[in-house]
Design a protein around this ligand. Structure first.
Ligand SMILES: *Cc1c(COP(=O)(O)O)cnc(C)c1O
Length: 435
């Protein structure tokens, strides 16, 4: 399969370059030249298949021409090796729990899959691959974990100082000696700018092999695409009308929504795909007004979705030939305030006994706003309640199961973050010194 840049200025590349050299120089994002279609017979057989079997078939449609089947099977088996239960909340409402992986959030799928795929390209000739990621969310932890025992890989996680640190940050620091937690004396925008500067530094890239594990990386979308087919299969097994089900996606960089749209193009039938945004509602405003307005990022309870400019927007626009009204025909959106997040967590617990957390609550509230009660609706529950333990316990009055594990994993870091000023030369020097 070949991959083109959404801006169409950079050359066409193969899978390896699309994944490793994942940011085309024209500033676009890589997309596959062809959109394969999954045979109907397969879709009908899915209820008898487990997640790994389904994911092997769906990823093979895209990657099979570049990755041999035994390797791909191993990558899928290793990166999708935890449970993904579909929980019934009420008559027609379901939650697909995507948070049973090592860092308790759905980023584990993309990070683990990408890390194994990248390693399958490794020539093992001593060349070090340097994985850079700028984050305020949980991508850093998932990526650090995903690459933690990888030979010939260095991981650099840049995050802003004074950020309200996600609880699992200390954990990413001690996951492996090849993982560097870099606390930057600036904002997330400074962190992103430093990573971009490294990619734009041709002299550095002569010396070092760099890649990014942010959601601009196409590889991250592949296991997520499989989750949509799995959701369909699980709904069918539960006796629901899967092909009518609306799917609400707690959204930030819109990687999950992009994967959902790709799944639909690949033959999945479902109701609406609903992008559920928190108060950072650039996408919802774009959908409602056709205007793209960048606003400052605000902090919300659903903090892993706190970003004002969703990085996968170019892919979504590309899938709809740049036509916002066509996009509107295929996806729906809603924006959910912190107040509504709180109400949703309390009310869900009162009415169903299900303890949910802020990210999934954004999805549940969006389902209430956008899906009619007659249709089945499923929310992708992207984070474990233990990651927002205090909020969840305050609103439900009940302690969070699994919180102990999270606390243990996040207690006293054994490693240490390095501190760097928010300047590119500081990062450059640090990268070169840590090969
Ligand atoms: C990253 C993240 C999201 C948003 O996913 P996108 O693909 O970036 O839209 C939602 N929930 C959680 C818990 C996340 O970590």
């Amino acid at each position: 399969m070949e991959y083109y840049s959404t801006k169409r200025q950079s050359p066409i590349v193969g899978l390896r370059d699309a994944v490793i050299d994942c940011m085309p120089s024209d500033g676009g994002l890589y997309m596959p030249e062809a959109l394969p279609v999954i045979p109907k017979a397969f879709i009908n057989n899915m209820p008898d298949m487990n997640l790994r079997e389904i994911a092997y078939v769906t990823t093979n449609m895209f990657l099979g021409s570049d990755v041999d089947s035994a390797t791909l099977k191993k990558i899928v088996d290793e990166s999708m090796n935890f449970e993904v239960p579909l929980v019934r909340l009420s008559d027609r409402r379901y939650a697909l729990e995507l948070f049973h992986g090592p860092t308790m959030a759905f980023k584990d799928f993309g990070a683990m899959f990408m890390s194994r795929l990248v390693q399958s390209f490794n020539p093992h000739d001593g060349t070090k691959l340097n994985v850079l990621v700028a984050t305020t969310g949980n991508t850093g932890a998932a990526v650090a974990k995903g690459f933690s025992e990888a030979p010939d890989v260095n991981v650099f996680v840049l995050y802003p100082q004074n950020h309200r640190l996600p609880d699992m940050y200390p954990r990413l620091i001690d996951v492996g000696s090849n993982v560097h937690a870099v606390e930057v004396g600036g904002s997330i925008d400074d962190c992103k700018a430093m990573v971009s500067a490294a990619f734009a530094d041709a002299a550095l890239r002569e010396k070092l092999l760099l890649t990014s594990a942010n959601s601009v990386n196409f590889a991250r979308l592949m296991p997520q695409l499989a989750l949509f087919f799995y959701a369909y299969a699980q709904l069918m097994s539960a006796g629901a009308d899967a092909s009518a089900a609306d799917i609400a996606l707690p959204s930030g960089n819109l990687g999950m929504l992009t994967a959902g749209l790709l799944a639909r193009r690949a033959g999945l039938t479902c109701g609406r795909l609903i992008a559920a945004c928190n108060a950072n509602n650039t996408f919802d405003v774009l959908m409602k007004t056709g205007r793209l307005v960048k606003r400052p990022t605000v902090s919300t309870l659903a903090r892993f979705m706190d970003m004002s400019m969703p990085s996968n927007l170019p892919r979504l626009m590309n899938l709809c030939d740049g036509d916002t009204s066509r996009l509107r025909g295929e996806v729906d959106s809603a924006s959910v305030s912190d107040q509504l997040i709180e109400q949703t967590i309390s009310r869900t617990y009162e009415m169903t006994g299900y303890q949910t957390e802020p990210h999934a609550a954004v999805g549940l509230a969006a389902l209430d706003m956008r899906s009619d009660a007659e249709r089945p609706g499923v929310v992708f529950a992207t984070a474990h309640p233990a990651l927002s333990r205090r909020t969840v316990e305050r609103l439900t009055g009940c302690s969070v199961a699994g919180a102990k594990t999270a606390e243990k994993a996040t207690s006293a870091p054994t490693g240490k973050a390095v501190k760097l000023p928010a300047t590119y030369p500081a990062l450059r020097k640090y990268l070169l010194a840590n090969q």
